[in-house]
Design a protein around this ligand. Structure first.
Ligand code: PFF
Length: 458
C-alpha cells in the first residue's frame, strides 16, 4: 500500500495559500510579539530576519523538494531517498523521518490549547465581557480563563474537531476549501487592525523597539530562541512543509514558492508586532508579559475603538481560523502516512486527533490543576516551566531546529547534487550554488554552534 497516490493542489496559488496558511498562525500573532519582547526587541528581530533568509528559505526549499520528489509522508520519503541515493547510515535517517512525523503532533498538543483560548475570546467578545475593560481587568480575566480547566478543554476540543473535520475531507474538498475562505479574510482584518493600532498607539516607539538593535542583548540563548521561532513560524522541521510539497505538481518553481512563503510569513510577524506594541506602549502595559500578551492587550484595544466589539469578535475568530489553517497542516502528515499504509482518511484523522487530545488535556491541566508540576524541576533553565511550557520548549525550540540541522546534512551531504538540480529545475546556476552553500555549511555550522552553546548553558 506504500504506493498510494495522494491528491495534488489545484494550482500554485492554492498551494501558496495553504503553505502561507500553515506558516501564518499563532506563531506570528501570538508568539512572535512576546518572544521579541522577552528577548530584547530590535536585536532579536534583526537576528530573526537573518535566520529566515540564510537558514529558513534554504530549508523551506529543501523540505518542499523532499516532499515533491517522493510524493510521500516524511518517514516514507526519507526511506525512498536513502534507497535512490544510496545513502549510508540508514537508521539515522529513519529516526529523522520519525522525528519529523512526531514533532507536529507534539506541537499540536499545546497549539490546540492556545487555539482554544482564541475561541473562548470570541464568545467573550460576543457577550460583551470585555466592554470597558482596563489593562488590569484584561490581565485578570486572562488569568481566570487559564484557571478554568473545563473551559480550556471544551474549546480545545472544538478546535480539534474542526481540524479533524477539514483534514478528513482530503486536499481538494477539505484543505483547499478552508484556506480559500480563511486566508483572504485574515489578511484584510489584520491590515485594518495594524492601521488602527499605529494611528492611535505609540507607533514610533514601537518602530524603535522593534528595529533598534542592542547587541549586548544577544546571547547563545537568544540565537537559539530566534532560530526556534523562525523555524516554527515557517512550519519547518515538522513535516507540514514536506507534506504540502508532496501535493505539489512538477511545473511549480520551488525556490519561488519558498521565497513567497517566507516573505508573507515574516511580513505578518512584523505586522503583528506593529499591531500589538503601539498599544502596549500607549497603555504603559508590562512589556514582557509572556504568552498572555495578545490576550491581555487586544481586548483593551477593542474597548477603545469604534465598533470595537465587532472588530474584537472578528479578530479572535480570524485568529482562531489562522490557527486552524496551521493545525490542519500539523495533523495532515500523520493522516497521510496512515493513508499510505492503507487506512482510510476519516478514521485515521479521528485516531490521530484523539491521541493528540489526550496529551493536550494534560497541557491544559498544567495551567491550573497541575500547575505546580515541574517535570524538569531539576534542570536550572527549565525549573519554572510547567508541563505545557516543557512540551512547547522541546517541540519548538529543540526538536524543530534539530530536525532542520539533520535535514540540511542529509540533503547537503548525502543526496546527489544532480538530484537536487533536477528538482529545482533551474540548472547549476547561482541560486542553486547559493542554496547548496547555505545547506552544506551555514545551516549546520550555525545550528551546531547554537546547540553547543545551549547545551553548556544547562
Ligand atoms: N507556523 C505555525 C505558526 O507560526 O503558528 C505553526 C506551525 C504549523 C508549526 C505547522 C509547524 C508546522 F508544521
Amino acid at each position: 500500500m506504500e504506493n498510494v497516490k495522494h491528491e495534488k493542489w489545484s494550482s500554485g496559488f492554492i498551494f501558496l495559500l495553504a503553505a502561507v496558511g500553515s506558516a501564518v498562525g499563532l506563531g506570528n500573532i501570538w508568539r512572535f510579539p512576546y518572544v521579541v519582547a522577552e528577548n530584547g526587541g530590535g536585536a532579536f528581530v534583526l537576528l530573526y530576519l537573518g535566520i529566515v533568509i540564510l537558514l529558513g528559505i534554504p530549508l523551506l526549499m529543501t523540505e518542499l523538494s523532499i516532499g515533491r520528489m517522493t510524493g510521500k509522508a516524511p518517514i516514507n520519503a526519507f526511506d525512498q531517498m536513502v534507497k535512490e541515493n544510496d545513502v549510508k547510515a540508514k537508521p539515522l535517517w529513519t529516526a529523522l523521518g520519525w522525528s519529523y512525523m512526531l514533532v507536529p503532533l507534539g506541537i499540536l498538543c499545546f497549539y490546540f490549547v492556545v487555539a482554544g483560548w482564541t475561541l473562548n475570546y470570541v464568545t467573550g467578545m460576543v457577550m460583551g465581557d470585555f466592554n470597558g475593560i482596563t489593562a488590569e481587568g484584561a490581565q485578570e480575566s486572562f488569568g481566570a480563563m487559564l484557571g478554568n480547566w473545563k473551559t480550556l478543554i471544551f474549546w480545545m476540543t472544538i478546535t480539534l474537531l474542526i481540524t479533524i473535520g477539514i483534514v478528513s475531507q482530503g486536499i481538494k474538498e477539505g484543505l483547499e476549501k478552508a484556506v480559500k475562505i480563511l486566508m483572504p479574510a485574515l489578511f484584510v482584518i489584520m491590515v485594518a487592525l495594524v492601521i488602527y493600532s499605529s494611528v492611535t498607539g505609540e507607533f514610533l516607539e514601537s518602530v524603535k523597539f522593534m528595529f533598534t538593535p542592542d547587541f549586548s542583548k544577544i546571547t547563545g540563548k537568544t540565537i537559539m530562541m530566534a532560530a526556534g521561532q523562525a523555524f516554527f513560524s515557517l512550519s519547518l522541521g515538522s513535516a507540514a512543509m514536506m507534506m504540502y510539497g508532496a501535493y505539489l505538481t512538477k511545473d511549480i518553481s520551488i525556490p519561488k514558492m519558498a521565497c513567497g512563503v517566507a516573505l508573507a510569513d515574516t511580513s505578518v510577524a512584523i505586522l503583528a508586532g506593529f499591531m500589538i506594541f503601539p498599544i502596549v506602549f500607549a497603555h504603559g502595559m508590562a512589556n514582557a508579559s509572556g504568552p498572555g500578551l495578545v490576550f491581555e492587550v487586544l481586548p483593551v484595544i477593542f474597548t477603545d475603538m469604534p465598533m470595537g466589539q465587532l472588530f474584537g469578535v472578528l479578530f479572535f475568530l480570524l485568529l482562531a481560523f489562522a490557527a486552524v489553517t496551521s493545525t490542519i497542516s500539523l495533523l495532515e502528515p500523520m493522516v497521510a502516512l496512515l493513508e499510505e499504509k492503507g487506512y482510510k482518511r476519516l478514521p485515521s484523522a479521528f485516531i490521530v486527533g484523539g491521541g493528540v487530545w489526550l496529551i493536550g488535556v494534560i497541557c491544559a491541566l498544567s495551567l491550573n490543576v497541575l500547575q505546580d508540576v515541574r517535570l524538569l524541576g531539576g534542570v536550572e533553565a527549565l525549573k519554572d516551566k510547567n508541563i505545557m511550557d516543557i512540551v512547547e520548549y522541546f517541540a519548538a525550540n529543540v526538536f524543530v531546529p534539530l530536525n532542520g540541522l539533520f535535514v540540511a546534512i542529509f540533503i547537503g551531504w548525502m543526496v546527489k547534487r544532480s538530484t537536487m538540480i533536477d528538482e529545482f529545475n533551474m540548472g547549476d546556476n547561482i541560486v542553486f550554488k547559493a542554496w547548496k552553500f547555505l545547506v552544506c555549511y551555514i545551516v549546520p555550522i550555525v545550528m551546531i554552534a547554537v546547540f553547543y552553546d545551549a547545551a553548556i548553558g544547562f
